[in-house]
Design a binder for this molecule. Structure first.
Ligand code: NDP
Ligand code: 13P
Ligand code: ZN
Length: 347
């Protein structure tokens, strides 16, 4: 990654029904010929078909691939179908967007992000979180050239996804604390502007917590804009540092060991409560903010057995060792992990 380069999306469309303009937007961006639409099994019907119809109405030939996990195998599967394609669209949740973004990047193609849920801040970011044997790698990717966020579709998504996206933003609090720590201890490159944008976005979402309601287009719009803003902080930093620290390591560890992990943002939110306690900060403030948004604050609400919470806490430091956080190089002992989860009432 060239530290002198900041890549940002060129055109961002948000609003009810914008999916109907997918074809026209692609034309205006000077794409033509074949387009690839990547979706998940559910999001094909929810939004993929509407995007395909709109592209076909503008004369595009359209190929479609369904993916169900964010792995390099899925990325390669999409890449295999990209011969002769002019633009790749990822229509779905965070996993679909990451796979589509990564496959487009590897083939040197432009990518358009079409989120169907406000569940993660990868909507506009130049990174792709891809699962591997050691957890989840944050890979450098091209920024989407465009974002088409249909807030009508997003507001009809299960409320849990929206609350999860807000929790993913609230986790910026501890991500920034970890980043500052690594800057002070290890002289890691730190961007004041990226950190300020990331933190301001988290503060704003908490301030607006009471406006985050199920089924409201305005709530979807508010969350989408905040998620884009958090993604832009990632762009400015050139890494996911402003939005991913020890709380994300905890979530990635849960994804590896829990028999049925919860949503990404939900896990990160609960991680933020505990990592805030480790930082000596106001963890009750984080817990109360999550509760106001109706995001989980306990293991029971995540639907994860306390045993996995403790195990994830003890192994979180082993994920992305190069990213220094409050977990240090040695992590937590089992006793310390159990005490932390109990003190913060997570278990
Ligand atoms: N690159 C980056 O910078 C970032 C990446 N991430 C990554 O994003 C992922 C998390 O994203 P998230 O969206 O929570 O998880 P998923 O992509 O797994 O989506 C969760 C579920 O929601 C479904 N879904 C999506 N939209 C709708 C809708 N409108 N109605 C009903 N169901 C819907 C999906 O359907 P289907 O089964 O069809 O897919 C899926 O089953 C993680 O892998 C995380 O690491 C997170 C933050 C930043
Ligand atoms: O989830 C992220 C920001 O919310 C970034 O993902 P990583 O933890 O994979 O870097
Ligand atoms: Zn995240």
């Amino acid at each position: 990654m060239d530290p002198r380069k900041i890549q940002l999306p060129r055109e961002i469309y948000t609003g009810p029904g914008v999916i109907e303009d997918t074809g026209r937007i692609c034309r205006d961006l000077r794409f033509e010929g074949r387009a690839m639409v990547v979706t998940g099994p559910r999001t094909l019907q929810i939004a993929g078909e509407a995007a395909i119809e709109s592209l076909q109405a503008e004369g595009f030939e359209v190929d479609q691939v369904t993916v169900d996990d964010a792995t390099m195998a899925s990325v390669r599967n999409v890449q295999d179908g990209l011969d002769g394609v002019s633009v790749v669209l990822g229509v779905g949740g965070g996993k679909v967007i990451d796979v589509a973004k990564m496959s487009a990047t590897l083939e040197g193609l432009h990518f358009i992000s079409v989120p169907t849920a406000a569940s993660h801040d990868g909507i506009a970011s130049p990174r792709a979180s891809i699962r591997n044997g050691e957890g989840t790698a944050s890979l450098e990717a091209s920024s989407p050239i465009g974002v088409i966020a249909d807030t009508e579709i997003i507001s009809r998504a299960p409320f849990r996804l929206l609350a999860s996206g807000c929790a993913d933003i609230i986790s910026n609090y501890t991500a920034i604390m970890d980043w500052k720590l690594a800057h002070r201890l290890l002289n890691e490159r730190y961007s004041e502007s990226a950190a300020a944008l990331s933190l301001m976005t988290a503060k704003m979402i908490i301030k607006s917590a009471d406006a985050i309601k199920e089924g409201l287009e305005e709530s979807a719009r508010l969350a989408v804009k905040s998620l884009i803003s958090s993604g832009i902080a990632i762009s400015i930093a050139g890494s996911s540092r402003p939005a991913s620290g020890s709380e994300h390591k905890f979530s990635h560890a849960l994804d590896m060991i829990a028999p049925k992990p919860a949503l990404h943002g939900e896990q990160c939110g609960v991680g933020t409560i505990m990592m805030m306690h480790l930082h000596g900060g106001d963890w009750q403030f984080i817990r109360d903010a999550l509760a106001r948004i109706n995001a989980p604050t306990t293991a029971a609400e995540l639907g994860i057995d306390p045993e996995y919470i403790i195990e994830a806490l003890t192994m979180a430091h082993t994920i992305r060792k190069e990213r220094y956080t409050i977990l240090g190089d040695r992590g937590l002992t089992r006793e310390a992990a159990e005490r932390l989860a109990k003190i913060t009432e997570v278990i």
